[in-house]
Write a protein that binds this ligand. Structure first.
Ligand code: BG6
Length: 346
């Protein structure tokens, strides 16, 4: 699915989103981007914020659609609203799109279902080409949305002259390597299966991380909740001490995301805080991070690819963990109770 998302967008060394027919002059005047979505699409949008802000050097806000549509956001015609939706039929997200359009702001949809309402009504549409996604809890929808946001970031930076030829070449090179790296992580699922067998009876599971690793924690926690029915929550690692740490007791499972290099030391000190209160810590980290292995109980290591694309590998063990825990609990992994693939009502 990731190969299909990337394939038509890199040609002769250039990022190509020309089918969007975005006006280059207008792009150069772009002053702010709002990313709006629900559920896992919102979590993918959070990854996009870091990519877009760091490359385009403009403010990027990420909003949950059911919040965006009622808070009278400040929108002007040099803003772009990016709407993310796998189905293209989520009621709250459609309403957010219509709110943006009613305010005269350009809208760009990242959608998987061709011809869906959001695809038809947005000014510009970037399809993820992931193929039909049947399971209610999205996996390839999320990862291909993250890839689409990376492609959009590189395209906008290329058109605005904000990435050098070397940076563009490196981005293309790592994107073209990504599908194989994903296949390797997915094939290496024995350890995830073993850990799921140890923890599938947990009553509470906490996910912690900083920056991008917090955004990943949100998606890992949602995936687990949706299909295993185990209570779970994600916390910014630096926020634990302001309350939530009171819930940590002997044997509480804390899954720590430590895949970003810049905040690694800070997260390690948060890991030590929870372990001192009896938590069992499973870290998702870069493979061969032996120092980290010494301060946690279990690790799930992933290969390095690049700062920007690391989250797409890091989410995989969390998706697999949720899958195995749910299966071990005898749940219907594809059709979890109370949930719909697309929530077309408010
Ligand atoms: C939820 C789905 O109902 O809606 C999630 O269970 C999904 O998987 C969310 O992320 C948003 O759906 P969509 O189709 O707008 O991406």
């Amino acid at each position: 699915a990731i190969r299909e998302t990337i394939r038509p967008r890199i040609k002769e060394g250039r990022f190509v989103l020309d089918d969007l027919k975005l006006d280059t002059q207008w792009l150069k005047s772009l002053a702010m981007i709002h990313i709006v979505a629900c559920g896992s699409a919102y979590h993918a949008g959070r990854l996009g914020r870091n990519l877009l802000e760091s490359r385009l050097d403009i403010p990027v806000e990420v909003d949950i659609a059911s919040e965006f549509r009622y808070r009278r956001p400040i929108l002007t015609n040099d803003h772009l609203v990016v709407i993310i939706s796998q189905s293209g039929e989520t009621a709250d997200t459609i309403a957010a799109l219509r709110e943006a359009k009613s305010r005269g702001v350009k809208t760009l949809a990242i959608v998987n279902v061709v011809g869906s309402t959001i695809a038809r009504e947005a000014d510009y549409t970037l399809y993820t080409w992931a193929g039909p996604e049947i399971a209610v809890a999205t996996t390839k929808g999320y990862t291909t949305q993250a890839v689409a946001l990376m492609l959009l970031t590189c395209y906008l930076a290329q058109e605005r002259g904000q990435m050098s030829p070397e940076e563009l070449a490196f981005a293309q090179e790592t994107l073209l390597k990504l599908p194989e790296a994903v296949e390797k992580v997915l094939s290496d699922h024995k350890e995830v299966q073993r850990l799921a067998a140890m923890f599938f009876n947990c009553k509470d599971i906490f996910f912690i991380g900083r920056g991008i690793d917090f955004s990943l924690s949100l998606e890992g926690s949602l995936k687990l909740k949706e299909i295993s029915y185990i209570h779970s929550e994600a916390q910014p690692a630096g926020e634990l001490k302001h309350g939530t740490i009171s819930l940590i007791q002997n044997g509480t499972l804390v899954i720590a995301l430590v895949t970003g290099k810049s905040l690694r030391e800070k997260t390690i000190s948060n890991i030590q805080e929870v372990r001192a209160r009896g938590a069992v810590v499973l870290a998702v980290c870069l493979e061969h991070d032996t120092d980290l292995a010494g301060v946690v109980d279990y690790t799930l290591g992933i290969p390095w690819i690049s700062e920007e694309l690391q989250p797409i590998l890091a989410i995989l063990p969390l998706q697999l963990f949720a899958y195995y825990v749910a299966a071990l609990n005898g749940n219907d992994v594809d059709k979890p109770r109370n949930l719909a693939k697309s929530v077309t009502v408010e």
